[in-house]
Design a binder for this molecule. Sequence first.
Ligand code: F6R
Length: 608
Amino acid sequence: MCGIVAYIGPKDATPFLLEGLARLEYRGYDSAGVAVAGRTGGLKLRKVKGRVADLAAAVPARFKGGTGIGHTRWATHGVPSDANAHPHLDNAERIAVVHNGIIENADELRAKLTADGAVFRSETDTEVLSHLIAAHAAGGVELEDAVRAALGRVVGTYGIAVLDAEQPDRIVVARNGSPIVLGIGEKEMFAASDVSALVRYTRQVVHLEDGELATVRADGFRTFTADARTTHRQPSTVDWEIDSFDTGGYEHYLLKEIHEQPGSVERTLSGRLDERFSTAHLGGLNLDARELREIRRVKILGCGSAYYAGEMGAQLIEELARIPAHSEPASEFRYRNPVIEADTLYVAVSQSGETYDTLAAVQEIKRKGGRVLGVVNTVGSAIARECDGGIYLHAGPEVSVASTKAFTSTVVAFALLALHFGRIHDLSPADGRRIVAALQALPDQIREVLDQSEAIAKLAAEYADSTGMMFIGRVRGYPVAREGAQKLKEISYVHAEAYPASELKHGPLALISPELPTVALVPDDELLDKNLTTLGEIKARSGRVIAVAHRRPEDRLVDHCILVPKSEPELDPLLLNIPLQLLAYHAAVALGRDVDKPRNLAKSVTVE
Ligand code: F6R
């Protein structure tokens, strides 16, 4: 949520800042801005409501400086506008600040600063920081000391980068609940809220810890704590490929990421399947077989699509390991004073590893002595570091706001966990073999579904102008329906509702009409007959039906059918979900939506 970039070195900062912001734009995209310390002294500032491309168009050729900071915003305090865009300056235009997060005591600080003569030009909480740092920097104080002193008065979360016109040989950054990563170059240094802004320039990075600050100069950096104790951080190497951050010839990142799924699933599985014992090896769990046997319950926590992937995960764990498992939105869990049990395994799910609600849930569990595993895509992210162990997805960076390949890899990671658990409990070697073989077959089966993209595009165009869509599924199919509805609504803005097929006749059947088509998940499993009966009930009320199935139901029951390859019943949801991603994508394209950056949303939600 919001993106930060910073540069210091011998080159002109502006091209890096603009390119870095474009790469971070998926995190927020309602306004953007840059500030550089000009070579002739003073700060230069440009900020606009709109996209990074609008900012680039507004930056004049003479906008040059060797030290600079930039920001792309997703509004929390104050509407998207030029004035509310970051960076924010103090009244003397000496200090510039970009900020991700929320300053909780901003109103109180604003009142005090105003009483002392500060004149505020925006509605943001961030502007408080520029005035506060400027107040502490007066009288030749080192910038890092001024930032430390200012942050000592702040309550809230932040990732910040600070530029000082009077000390242009450094940038000071700080992290508390919102990520900041340093990039180490050749006689130049970078900083950003996310490595995706840095990978074109360097693979050597340092992730700041919460409560840590850094003074960054062209020839290096020093990290330290709020009480000025120096910390020692070793750089790590980023292994993500640069082309992960390009659309690679696809029209949108989303389509590219949907098509990357055979490869991303292979990476999630890589080195983790054990054919000899028909199980999975998960080195990062940090739990031995004896400890795993003591677990009586699994509670999965995530937000949005991560929560729905957790629902599929819970189903897999119950089916394969026969351990009660349940998924709950982390955003609800953290507010309800949850009972934490010693024999429950908590699993936090997050693509970004930054989602604030999920992080807060993990912290609450740990504070109460619970054990938490992470199922996370982003290596070294806040949630990954907070957990006791876990499974990295290795799905590669996901740039489009809507989650697709990370969703699929999360479910695959849960299948591995369920298999591992199951084989420690009562899952037979034969059943283990069945699941191992089915997992190995997934990448090719996903390719088969993706080959139907064009046919699904035609269907999507035909249905895109519906007033809404109903998604239904039974048991294993219900989380698929929920994720399908989520994908459609977030990128096409078509209203979509998901229901268990079994619940239709208890209320929502009243909605069925030709204007509200139904997407029905109809796997060829023990519930097939029940699902076909539901289709009959919909058709009897003149509803239109798109079935996603292993076998085409009779013509009287469906208007259209998308066929997917059969896996093992426990893994069928993974494949049933892929056509729904394509349906949502093509509906959004047909409606002319901004597919990769849907309105009102941002990729990582690092605020409450
Ligand atoms: C849906 C979507 C969101 C995220 C949710 C959690 O397509 O992208 O619902 O799944 O905000 O994000 P992470 O997984 O980063 O914690």
